[in-house]
Design a binder for this molecule. Structure first.
Ligand code: MN
Length: 481
């Protein structure tokens, strides 16, 4: 990486001189910190940081988030301390770097029952949406360079991406990242189906481009005739993985899929969306059951748009998506679109403000739609202040109430393990049975055959389940005497 390339990149950012200086400082510091590290590909480690920051920039993130992006792996190798980051870059940037670092305990090994807990752990640990966005950008670049890792590692990371990161990006409405993460993970998890889907898509897309151009021209003309000229248009081709999922539901027959590519029409306001829909329907026959009003009824992740599929007169169909600029940005950037611009503007960007505001936004966009979604429900109340997420040495996650003890953990794994708990290590250090676990702790229970619950354990245990088991075991003990 030449330093002129970084200089140029930073010069081009739409920040004031002071903010640019902060980002430049973080870039320079990161380059020094990681100067003797290489990635698996043999490239300098710094490239990964720079690429992560480029993704963050494409999401429109502000100077603090970009600086934290440069520094996101800096605490891992102990070449800079928290104190130093705080002194050099301020509390906000430290908060972000620290948050991203904490998320590195997250490790998904494929146990389905842990999926939801891991997603919650991710949210609980993040606290600030910018931390999630940095982590998603980091993951996206790691997925883009996954080819350099050994196969077993590729599979594990791809699975984690498919099960944890892509669904989170989806739930936070960041469509732009979700689709790319899924496609990359799909390639590593199921390359045969990936290739087959790509081939099918390739054939269709070839036929399509010319056709779409033609349709687009006549749509524009029809709209202009009605005085609607202030529009933007483009196409989108369906992502490989989402096409594959649809193919599976349709006998793998690509001719049954009507939205392989869609036309997008972006207009200035909601009223115009409906006008455009009307004009299109008066000119082209729509397919029944394919008209979707996601403006009146947004999707659970907040997605808004009008969709319709129309006969094009050449024997085919095309899906048309109609939306405002604001809806379009939300669909592509989701959560990021709500927060990105604020960082630059507000001098006193209190982390707390972000947290409250984005949770409120999420809750708002999702009310009434997804009552059954436990994940979203958990976002709405003070759930995260009351729950912790701890790990077994293998990386399985266990969800417990705040202030739970190692005994609660032991019983949550298995009552037999609980009953024979002898000693406990938290993060490789011995601790007492009455200590309090914290989110992210790795807990190892040592058992001994002769170990038995004592009455005092009832004081340490926090969960009803552990208490019940301890009582049962104490009663058995009395009977045996
Ligand atoms: Mn990284």
């Amino acid at each position: 990486m030449s330093s002129t390339e970084i200089d140029k990149f930073i010069d081009n950012l739409e920040f004031n001189a002071k903010d640019k200086a902060v980002v430049r400082g973080a870039a320079e510091r990161a380059e020094i910190i990681h100067s003797d590290e290489k990635r698996e590909s043999g490239e300098p480690y710094f490239n990964h940081l720079f690429e992560t920051v480029k993704i963050l920039t494409s999401l429109g993130m502000g100077p603090k988030t970009l600086s934290a992006g440069f520094l996101h792996d800096s605490l891992e190798n102990n070449k800079i301390t928290r104190e130093e980051i705080k002194n050099e870059f301020g509390e906000d940037i430290l908060f972000l770097v620290d948050g991203v670092t904490k998320l590195s305990t997250l490790k998904y090994t494929g146990l389905k029952r842990h999926v939801e807990s891991l997603r919650k752990f991710f949210m609980a640990t993040s606290k600030d949406p910018r931390i999630i966005i940095i982590k998603l950008a980091d993951r996206l670049h790691n997925m883009e360079t996954l080819g350099h890792l050994p196969e077993a590692k590729q599979k594990r990371i791809a699975l984690e991406t498919m099960e944890i990161y892509a669904p989170l990006a989806h739930r936070l409405g960041i469509g732009k990242i979700k689709g790319r993460l899924e496609d990359l993970a799909f390639f590593y998890l199921d390359s045969a189906n990936f290739k087959e889907t790509r081939e099918k898509l390739g054939k269709k897309a070839g036929e399509n481009t010319e056709r779409l151009d033609k349709i687009l021209r006549s749509v524009k003309k029809a709209l202009a005739n009605e005085g609607i000229t202030d529009i933007k248009t483009d196409y989108r081709v369906k992502h490989t993985y989402s096409l594959y999922k649809k193919l599976r539901k349709n006998d793998m027959d690509i001719d049954k899929i009507y939205d392989i590519s869609s036309l997008r029409i972006i207009v200035k306001d909601t009223l115009t969306c409906y006008q455009v829909l009307g004009i299109i329907h008066s000119k082209w026959q729509p397919l029944p059951m394919k008209i979707k009003d996601y403006i009146a009824f947004p999707k659970p992740n907040g997605y808004r748009s009008l969709h319709t599929t129309v006969f094009t007169g050449d024997g085919g169909f095309v899906e048309i998506q109609i939306r405002t600029e604001e809806m379009h940005n939300e669909a592509e950037y989701g959560l990021a679109s709500h927060i990105s611009y604020k960082e630059g503007k507000s001098a006193r960007s209190k982390n707390e403000d972000y947290k409250v505001e984005w949770l409120r936004k999420l809750a708002e966009s999702q009310k009434d739609i997804s009552r059954s979604d436990e994940f979203l429900k958990s976002l709405r109340n003070d759930f995260f202040d009351q729950r912790i997420f701890v790990f077994t040495p293998k990386g399985d996650v266990i969800e417990l109430p705040a202030e739970a003890s190692p005994l609660d953990f032991a019983y949550a794994i298995h009552s037999d393990i609980g009953d024979h708990t002898f000693a406990v290590k938290v993060n490789s250090k011995m601790v007492s049975l009455d200590s309090k676990l914290l989110s992210g702790d790795v807990v190892e229970i040592q058992t001994r055959k002769g170990s038995k619950p004592s009455r005092r354990w009832l004081e340490f245990a926090k969960t009803t389940f552990a208490k019940k088991k301890i009582r049962a075991s104490l009663i058995r003990g009395y009977k045996n005497k």
